[in-house]
Design a protein around this ligand. Sequence first.
Ligand SMILES: Cc1ncc(COP(=O)(O)O)c(C=O)c1O
Length: 462
Amino acid sequence: MHADAPALGDRGADALAGARHVAEQQGVVPWVGPLEEGPRLLGVGGPAPDEDACRQLADAERLGEPGLNPVRARTNCPGALVHGGVTVGGPPDDILGVVREHFLLDPDVVYLNHGSYGACPRPVFERYQAWQLELEREPAQYMEQLPDRLAAARAELAAFVGAKPDDLTFVPNATTGVNMAARALDLREGDEVLASDLEYGGCDLAWERLCSQTGARYVRAPIERLFEGRTERTRAVFVSHITSETALLLPVEEIVARARAEGLTTIVDGAHAIAQLDLDLDELGADFYAGNCHKWLCAPKGAGFVHVRPEWQERVDGAITSWGYAEPATFISRTERQGTRDSAAYLSVPEAIAFQREHDVRDRCVELAREARRELCALLGTEPLGPDEAIRQMASVRLPDANPDLSRRLFDEHRIEIPTMGPRRDDLLRVSVASYTEPADVERLLDALPISLRGATRRRAR
Ligand SMILES: Cc1ncc(COP(=O)(O)O)c(C=O)c1O
């Protein structure tokens, strides 16, 4: 369990009790506590829109408008930066700037949206392209060696996430892993799946569709009341390790332990977890754990995995029936041999792990994310969604009003890439702090936000 994970039970309860006490006095949105007596994570539930549908600019648009307003203020001033009399601390620019040089991101954009698609550093991307070149040079030899190479990459990933190599398989993304897990349950009419109301919209859709096809029910509830929806028809529990829109670390260790004790199957959406947290999937013991290497591990796009407990592996299908189903078929062969595909992203995962180890600035990023959240809440006059312990490298802050234009305005006017999202659609602003993010980037946001907010309000008032 990660040291920072907010606990549902005894462990860490004191710290949370303290946070709750202060929160309740101040009217701050309280954090989820013990399930039985759970204080409320108020107002962050409700239908979760597809994150990818939230305010993003098309690549073509971006490429077509080079440097409209090249505002990225790169300073080398170490340590703190001053914003309207307030200090934004965190790691000095010169330390993080070194990491920044490795990334391929447009230097004219302040990129605060790592959470949506990740970003891949040059050495990892070069390794990825080298695999692709090798494939084109001698496709037949490459394909012959592919199973062994994939096994080696899988073994490195497994060691990194505390798992056995043959208990996890590469998939293109976490959504695929969640879909595979959902289908393995073989849901029947009347079965029920419990989920928090903080789940990623694409996965909600996967469950809803499967349930409508099978006659099962997808029951969403506030996280602190998750288990209250339990009936004798409940089969499974689905939760995110770190939520998408609200960007909160959930106490999955305790949820998984309780669900398993109650005989329920557990499916964890760990899309944001790997590299933001130290994982020990064997110890966690979830039946299914889906993850993304292309987000916080900074692997090339299309590198995900699903970890499956041995007793479930027989029931997990690959999307495509192909040679991997020829006997003696295994969990790995069935899910890995899916016809001719480009596996370069999977093969590059060891390089991404190496990069991560070499540039370990995670604690500094967490510190900066928490500080950014404090500053944003103060600027916006809104309450934090949970305690600092629930924040890793992403933080969502509530805007005073839903603001569908804000993300585009920040990009068009200030070249700041940051998404708005949220249950009430666009009333949350989510800032990501990746290894390349500098305090100056947060500073740019703090300076630009009031301007873009004022513009948006004026336009609405007309
Ligand atoms: C919690 C969560 N789950 C799943 C996903 C989907 O990730 P992918 O599109 O890589 O499958 C996201 C995307 O941001 C997410 O935030």
